[in-house]
Design a protein around this ligand. Structure first.
Ligand code: MGD
Ligand code: MGD
Ligand code: SF4
Ligand code: MO
Length: 762
């Protein structure tokens, strides 16, 4: 797909050639020795021996830096063998690589040329060393001084007719300090246009949990896994995306707990885990993780949960002892309406919709009927659907019936993605307006924050496309490739007067530019920042310090908080109530200000050291007094209705084992047995045969919403163990077919896990 911008003819999606696929049987275990070997291979290749050792010995240690991978928490006791997983090592190897994208690199490669590379090639180029600018019509990025870069940004922001013509995107790797300053600047400038990666990720979780439990975060701690009797893992692939969660599940099982997994795919790690930190994981067979595997049809989780709850109700009515009536009476409202509503659904129809073997449903119901302490974990398999918020509320319904909130070994566990996505939200990255928050900013900084609701990801893209937003700034991330509807999003960015990326590594967003485009290179987590430390919050609400120790990739890098404060200085000149210069330099002062605006951060700098501190979480304590009526809420959620035509499938776009979102570590999806190729589409074996589709046949994936055809060209068919009518392909290659205006109700999260598509054989 081509687009012209003055002289440049660029490719928006990169090449669609194949890379020499091979297949093996899907693996039936995760981790083990191969994981250690592969992890070390990545580390050595990117960093060399000495640096690998230096880096890995500090990762996730109390005096070290937080893993830039996922948001899974660290245990209180840290292992001497290393507190990281294969994919954590890949994440750090990618950041601490010895390769460099320097001035000479940009001289050698034009923007158009780089746009022809795959995401894998772009990412592997290395760390960006200098601030760079691409002026309108120029074919190459060229170096620019920091001062001049900030002047351009200040001038473009001042030239806007309205502060709401600026968009401030955040990806979840930024520290609390950087994110707080960024949100402060957007508000001080006068806009709440703060889209962030959460909008594409766990926004549905936040919305569903907030409505029902009064807090948009999970309620469990890591220790709860040791006490849980049942852990349900729904719509999540922890072996790849949160590998150390397997240790928590292993502990749960060692204490007699049972694991039920709900997924259209039999993901390897959910079958068996060989813990590389333990002898039995290395030489013996490891731990069988899943007790009951429910191979659900895509987006039929509400049907499944309703079916389970109907069956539980039957046992409750006949024998009693299944629901926690004392909890329900004391802490909840909406129980009667919810129970009445269940009678509207027919068990056989629900069962058929789920596509699951009835005997396995019997087993699940029998298990849940007996047990009192249940944790439900989930990730993108629940949130990225039109009914993403309903999915979450239905999980809450089950937990409320069991009284499984606010007590040991039970609760909600939305497993967050980016390592500090939760912290960024906590310290003010949100497009929503809250009076309490605005009052906090006003009191602390003496200005009046805007009261107009801001734009989230999809609405920012639409605004840029329509010419209503003209400056895009990204604090981390790869906006173009992460968002849906790649071509539309590219047009939106190209419409801007200025696009700015604060980045560690080169990515496709840098190549699809506004009239002027800036790349501002920043420090990674692992790098020494003038002896300062930053703080992050993990998926379970613990805030702790992170301090990099490696020599920065280049002497011209600037830290994120300093970049943000310099942008603010350049915009405001002398006209601000805020001392940006001092704040950008002094992170202790930033933390003091955070503690003045937000609850729970008292004595912040001191308490964040070592293991850190937990933020207040009333759901964890079983205290619902702050909710309307003082109760947690049962909710009534409808079944999704996709109205699929005969030849249409529901397709999920998922991650391979060798990528971090849009950063491609390698071309293998080892656990699924797919090697050296990303342009694949997984389809049910029998259905493929009936359609006369054979292994490696080439197809286009086509979506057709509201009469607009979108096409992802050239994907290889892989017959696979996946339910009929379902397909799986990889993100971001398949994002071109996800329409910008198809997103979840309430949360506006793109429908990345249930896109209606057809396949066209070439
Ligand atoms: N190594 C690595 N780690 C990561 C990331 C990464 O890219 N690489 N990304 C990080 C980020 S930002 C995030 S948000 C998380 C993502 O973590 P996950 O949510 O685990 O990632 P996905 O690959 O999107 O996988 C979703 C899972 O849901 C299943 N699924 C899809 N649709 C449905 C459905 O309708 N119902 C059910 N029950 N299951 C469904 C898929 O088969 C798949 O197993 O991981 C984080 N950690
Ligand atoms: N179809 C489909 N689309 C999806 C998803 C899906 O499952 N399917 N998942 C969605 C989800 S869950 C998410 S979270 C988004 C991810 O969206 P993003 O967060 O926007 O994407 P990433 O690929 O994580 O961003 C990678 C880039 O971040 C920069 N970076 C890395 N570390 C740092 C750092 O420390 N500081 C700074 N300033 N920059 C850094 C690097 O330049 C790198 O190229 O994608 C979403 N898009
Ligand atoms: S589980 Fe997540 S945070 Fe922990 S080491 Fe692995 S990637 Fe890093
Ligand atoms: Mo995410």
């Amino acid at each position: 797909m081509k687009a012209t911008s003055e002289k440049r003819i660029i490719s928006i999606t990169g090449p669609s050639e194949f890379t020499n696929i091979t297949l093996e049987e899907p693996q039936d275990y995760a981790a083990g020795l191969p994981a250690v070997k592969i992890a070390l291979g990545h580390a050595m290749k990117e960093m060399g021996m000495a640096k690998s050792f230096q880096t890995l010995s500090k990762m996730n240690q109390k005096d070290g830096f937080d893993c830039p991978g996922c948001a899974w928490p660290d245990p209180d006791h840290r292992s001497n063998l290393g507190e990281f997983c294969e994919n954590g090592v890949k994440a750090i190897a990618e950041e601490a690589t010895n390769k460099r994208v320097d001035i000479d690199f940009f001289k050698r490669h034009s923007i158009a040329e780089m746009s022809q590379w795959t995401d894998f090639q772009i990412g592997k180029s290395g760390r960006i060393t200098h601030p760079m600018v691409a002026y309108e019509g120029k074919e190459h990025y060229e170096p620019i001084s920091w001062d001049d870069a900030f002047k351009i940004i200040g001038k473009e922001l001042q030239a806007l007719n309205d502060p709401n013509e600026a968009v401030f995107y955040t990806s979840g790797r930024s520290s609390n300090e950087a994110a707080f300053l960024y949100g402060l600047f957007a508000r001080a400038m006068g806009t709440n246009n703060m889209p962030d990666c959460s909008n594409m990720c766990h926004e549905s979780s936040g919305a569903g949990l907030f409505q029902t439990l009064g807090i948009g975060k999970g309620s469990v701690t890591l220790n709860d896994f040791e006490d849980a009797e049942v852990v349900m893992v729904i719509g999540q692939n922890p072996g790849t995306n949160h590998p150390r969660m397997l240790s928590a599940l292993e502990k749960c099982k060692a204490n007699g707990g049972k694991v039920v997994t709900v997924n259209p795919l039999r993901e390897a790690a959910l079958v068996r885990f060989k813990n590389p930190q333990e002898a039995k994981g290395v030489v013996l067979g490891g731990t069988a993780i899943t007790d009951i595997f429910l191979q659900v049809n895509i987006n039929q989780d509400v049907a499944l949960l309703k079916l389970i709850m109907k069956r539980l109700l039957k046992i409750e009515t006949e024998k009693g002892g299944v629901f926690d009536h004392e909890f329900i009476k004391k802490n909840t409202s909406g129980y009667d309406e919810f129970i009445n509503d269940l009678s509207n659904y027919d068990e056989d129809t629900l069962l058929e919709q789920t596509g699951i073997d009835p005997l396995l449903i019997d087993k699940t119901v029998a298990l849940l009927a007996q047990k009192k302490r249940v944790i439900i974990c989930w990730a993108m398999g629940l949130t990225q659907h039109k009914n993403g918020v309903d999915n979450i509320r239905e999980c809450v319904n089950l937990l409320l019936l069991k009284g499984s909130i606010g007590k040991k070994g039970s609760g909600t566990c939305p497993v967050r993605g980016h390592s500090n996505v939760q912290g960024d939200r906590t310290v003010g990255i949100t497009h929503h307006v809250s009076k309490k928050l605005n009052d906090g900013f006003q009191k602390t900084f003496n200005f009046t924050p805007p009261t107009k609701e801001g734009l989230d990801v999809v609405h920012s893209i639409q605004a840029m496309h329509n010419g209503l937003a003209k400056v895009f700034i990204g604090l981390g991330g790869n906006f173009l490739s992460a968002a849906s509807d790649t071509i539309y999003t590219a047009e939106a960015l190209q419409n801007c007067n200025l696009t700015v990326s604060i980045s560690t590594k080169l990515n496709r967003t840098h190549l699809v530019t506004g009239k002027t485009s800036l790349i501002l290179p920043t420090l990674g987590r692992s790098e020494e920042d003038q002896n300062r430390f930053v703080t992050v919050e993990n998926s379970m609400g613990r805030v702790h310090s992170s301090q990099g120790r490696l020599k920065p990739a280049s002497e011209f890098l600037m830290s994120e908080p300093e970049i943000v404060s310099r942008i603010a200085e350049s915009y405001f000149q002398e006209n601000s109530t805020i001392d940006w210069n001092t704040l950008g330099k002094n992170y202790d002062l930033v933390r003091e200000k955070i503690s003045q605006v937000f609850n729970g951060f008292d004595n912040y700098s001191e308490r964040s050291k070592k293991s850190g501190f937990d933020l207040p979480n009333h759901a964890r304590k079983g205290d619902f007094s702050q909710l309307p009526g003082g109760t947690a809420k049962f909710s009534i959620n409808r079944l999704p209705d996709h109205q699929l035509k005969e030849d249409e499938f529901l397709m999920m776009t998922i991650r391979t084992h060798d990528q971090y979102n849009t950063t491609i570590y390698g071309l293998d999806d080892r656990y699924r047995g797919i090697y050296n190729e990303r342009r694949v589409v997984l389809i049910n074996k029998d259905q493929a045969a009936e359609m006369n589709l054979n292994k490696f046949d080439v197809v286009d994936i086509v979506s057709n919403y509201v009469d607009t055809e979108r096409r992802a060209k050239n994907f290889l068919i892989i017959p696979y163990d996946i339910p009929r009518g379902n397909l799986a392909s990889y993100f971001p290659e398949a994002n071109v077919v996800i329409p910008i205006d198809q997103f979840a109700d309430i949360s506006n999260t793109p429908i990345s896990k249930s896109v209606k598509v057809t396949l066209e054989k070439k």
